[in-house]
Design a protein around this ligand. Structure first.
Ligand code: GTR
Length: 423
């Protein structure tokens, strides 16, 4: 019997302007399509306009042999990691030669006295060069690291908002990083700001990781871009978690929204210590299949005035040439297997291609099946507010806009509860 579970909850259907039932089939409305198309009529936001394409075969190795077992997958995984390094995200340096971290401040009365918030600085040293960045960690009060099994799982957010901005209430009374919710549900949570690893602007590569590992200017074809550098930071925070008694470093979820989601996926693909990888509305260069050319395309994301610095220069070769890419994003997701993986989309976020995000996940699930876990059907039509949880895979399509909302977090926490039941 399949272990796939579908959760049905009543919802206020914002898109249809009234109360709808959760689980209804998703079809973008004409108004949503028109809104996405505004000023971008050269791009595709209609399913009927997606041209036929063929995905590169996930399980076929470079020598033509087909992977049939979980053991054989390891060699294919190594091949795919190299392809993503060379063609998409760039090659990263390993961990620093020396690293230490220091507690800078501690507030034991965070979240109305329910949690302790700490600020740390990570100091890295390699080849006589130094570099540091900060992270914040919030842990429920009362965690006794001396007690067996009491260390908490942690959600690590790669943020493209500053530490101050991220906790600020938005007009819809929501926050990007709902610390109170995470603490109430028994989780720790941490955050670092990607700008400190590599500035998120077009004049990038003048501070951050580049201080430790200088890159030539212009970068080599496989020089790392911002997404990879931010993910490198996530791995360093995880190094610290291994030393912090209150954190269960075997249960760390790395996640990010949008560009942070792209970065979280690449970090989680490379570093198999992450116990759960979550992509929130990551779209092009993240969870969405490039070959669908739906919404944002490679050519658009790499435009001079957009985000070429997020990727390796080699990725430029595939502008309007997706068929030439030796990989597609289902292969990125498969690199996480057999570890738990969650991909989430929003109904009005056509720019990020919700269907392409789901289909990439479903295609990647072949590798989960190879490991004896449940898979997903790429042809399954998407339903609104109908989260899927298999034993290792999660997915939901939230009504509303491109955002990381409290509702998204609630689904992630539910999934983590099911992966890591409390003692
Ligand atoms: C958009 C970009 C997306 C997404 C987003 C974000 O402008 O086109 O790929 O990453 O920014 O990160 O906010």
């Amino acid at each position: 019997m399949s272990r796939v579970q579908y959760f049905l909850t009543p919802l206020l259907c914002v898109a249809c302007g009234g109360i709808g039932s959760a689980g209804e089939l998703w079809e973008p409305t004409e108004a949503e399509i028109k809104q996405a198309e505004a000023g971008r009529t050269h791009l595709t936001f209609r399913e009927a306009e997606v041209e036929p394409y063929e995905l590169p075969p996930l399980l076929k190795r470079a020598d033509g042999t087909v992977v049939e077992t979980a053991d054989e997958w390891q060699a294919r995984r190594a091949e795919l990691l190299t392809l993503f390094e060379e063609h998409v995200y760039g090659r990263l340096p390993g961990p620093p030669e020396e690293m230490s971290f220091e507690l800078l401040s501690e507030d034991m009365s965070a979240v109305d006295g329910k949690a302790t918030r700490r600020k740390y600085r990570i100091d890295c040293q390699s080849g006589g060069r130094t570099f540091d960045f900060e992270f914040h960690l919030v842990i429920p009060n009362g965690v006794d690291p001396k007690k067996v099994d009491s260390a908490v799982p942690v959600f690590l957010l790669i943020s493209h908002r500053s530490f101050k901005e991220v906790g600020r209430k938005k007009p819809i009374d929501d926050v990007l990083w709902p610390v109170d919710l995470l603490i109430e549900r028994g989780y720790g949570t941490a955050i670092f700001v990607e700008n400190q690893l590599s500035p998120d602007n077009r004049t990038a590569f003048d501070s951050g990781l580049v201080e430790l590992h200088p890159q030539s200017d212009p970068r080599p074809a496989d020089g790392w871009g911002g997404l990879a550098a931010w993910g490198w930071g996530a791995s360093r925070v995880l190094d610290c978690f291994e030393e912090i008694d209150e954190v269960d470093a075997s249960k760390v979820a790395v996640l990010g929204h949008s560009r942070g989601g792209k970065s979280a996926l690449w970090a989680g693909a490379r570093d198999d210590r992450f116990g759960l990888v979550i992509s929130n509305n990551s779209g092009c260069g993240g969870a969405a299949l490039s070959r669908r050319r739906f919404g944002e395309t490679i050519a658009v994301i790499l435009r001079e005035d957009r985000f070429p610095y997020w990727f390796a220069p080699k990725f430029q070769d595939y502008k309007d040439r997706e068929a030439g890419l030796p990989i597609d994003q289902h292969m990125l997701l498969a690199l996480v297997a057999p570890r738990p993986l969650y991909v989430a989309s929003a109904t009005e976020d056509l720019w990020a291609d919700p269907k392409g995000e789901y289909q990439a996940l479903a295609h990647a699930s072949k590798v989960y099946e190879l490991h004896g876990h449940d898979g997903l059907d790429p042809e399954r039509p998407l339903r609104v507010s109908d989260p899927i949880q298999t034993d290792r895979l999660g997915h939901h399509l939230r009504p509303g806009k491109h955002d990381l909302s409290r509702k998204d977090w609630t689904h992630y926490i539910d999934f983590a509860d099911h992966l890591w039941p409390k003692p």
